[in-house]
Design a binder for this molecule. Structure first.
Ligand SMILES: Cc1cc2nc3c(=O)[nH]c(=O)nc-3n(C[C@H](O)[C@H](O)[C@H](O)COP(=O)(O)OP(=O)(O)OC[C@H]3O[C@@H](n4cnc5c(N)ncnc54)[C@H](O)[C@@H]3O)c2cc1C
Length: 303
């Protein structure tokens, strides 16, 4: 039987790594189990991340966060957790044949963006031609030619939102839907509503939208709104409640309805941001620490 760990953190993105650093700094035993597919890896350069006035890539940010967690002896193992089962001491957490036991579990499993089905997508995201988060980086697209791609009934409000950043915003609907009231508002705000059902191309630097009649527009940045899927299946199977959108429901301490199970980051939030994820982590880790049994410190080297 494996040793009982104070807290297992499932997910090693910004939320999970921050929780691990906090827990180790509370002198709690902590294990991060991570499937290694953080959404942050897609970030070419973040410019709204506190403390990085000249920007930071997602890969570099994750590297630093792991280094910070390792500096306080956090353990991180590669594992794709497939079950969390409540038990007398807390939880059994499993990945294939491996099982760990913990008093508390913090879920930081994030979400997966739905992306256009094209082989060039990773390259287009890497160079900023294709984007997934206007809150993150629309500022950098100010005054550029911006596209907004997705179902007609979903992109109107996003297109209007982006009109605050540029006079040249094109709605690029996947279908013939005119966006209803939101589409009308976007057009009234100056958004060019292209005819739907065209195709998106990428030339290695920028995207081009080609309408069904052959008319085309070249775009400096295209925001994609195809939705996402939260990685909340294991939480639901364990007994946590989800919103209709699949986000884990938590209270102000990041607690799910299952005693001892917390959830943080994109798998919870409507505002999917690094600063929100690390804020959740601080709250959950601190609450978990205070809820664990008190342990007076023993040391062989008193100061
Ligand atoms: C292109 C792009 C640009 C962005 N730019 C910015 C920006 O500039 N500023 C900003 O604030 N935010 C930005 N974001 C959003 C940011 O990346 C997320 O808000 C952030 O990564 C959320 O952190 P998280 O730890 O909650 O989830 P994630 O970073 O997604 O980490 C979740 C981790 O959990 C793991 N996991 C999932 N399921 C399991 C399982 N069953 N077992 C074990 N591990 C599991 C995953 O593999 C992953 O490693 C951007 C996102 C994208 C895609």
């Amino acid at each position: 039987m494996s040793a009982l760990i104070d807290v297992i953190v499932v997910g090693g993105g910004p939320a999970g790594l921050t929780a691990a650093s906090y827990l180790r700094r509370f002198h709690r035993s902590c294990l991060v189990l991570d499937a290694g597919d953080s959404r942050a890896r897609w970030i070419p350069e973040s410019n709204n991340c506190p403390g990085f006035p000249h920007g930071v890539s997602g890969a570099e940010l994750l590297r630093r966060m792991r280094e910070q967690a390792f500096s306080v002896d956090a353990r991180i193992e590669d594992a794709s957790v497939d079950r969390i089962v409540p038990c007398d001491e807390g939880f059994e957490v499993g990945a294939d044949a491996r099982t760990w036991r913990a008093r508390k579990v913090i879920l930081a499993t994030g979400l997966r963006d739905r992306l256009p089905d094209a082989s060039w997508v990773p390259e287009a995201v890497a160079c900023g031609a294709l984007r997934l988060c206007a809150v993150c980086d629309a500022y950098e697209a100010s005054d550029q030619v911006i596209g907004v791609h997705g179902p007609g009934d979903a992109i109107g409000a996003h297109a209007k939102y982006l009109r605050a950043y540029s006079p040249a915003v094109h709605a690029l609907p996947l279908d013939a839907d005119d966006g209803g009231a939101a589409g009308a508002e976007a057009r009234a705000a100056g958004v060019e509503w292209q005819s739907g059902g065209g195709r998106l191309e990428f030339d290695g630097r920028r995207c081009r939208y080609v309408a069904p009649d052959g008319a085309s527009v070249v775009l400096d940045a295209v925001y994609v709104y195809l939705g996402h899927d939260t990685n909340a299946g294991i939480a639901a199977r364990a007994g946590a409640a989800l919103t209709p959108e699949g986000e884990i429901i938590v209270d102000g301490d990041q607690k799910t309805r299952l005693d001892g199970l917390y959830a943080i980051g994109d798998v919870v939030s409507g505002l999917n941001q690094i600063s929100v994820a690390v804020g959740h982590a601080a709250i959950a880790a601190t609450h978990a620490h205070n809820a664990l049994p008190f342990v007076a410190r023993k040391t062989e080297n008193p100061r």
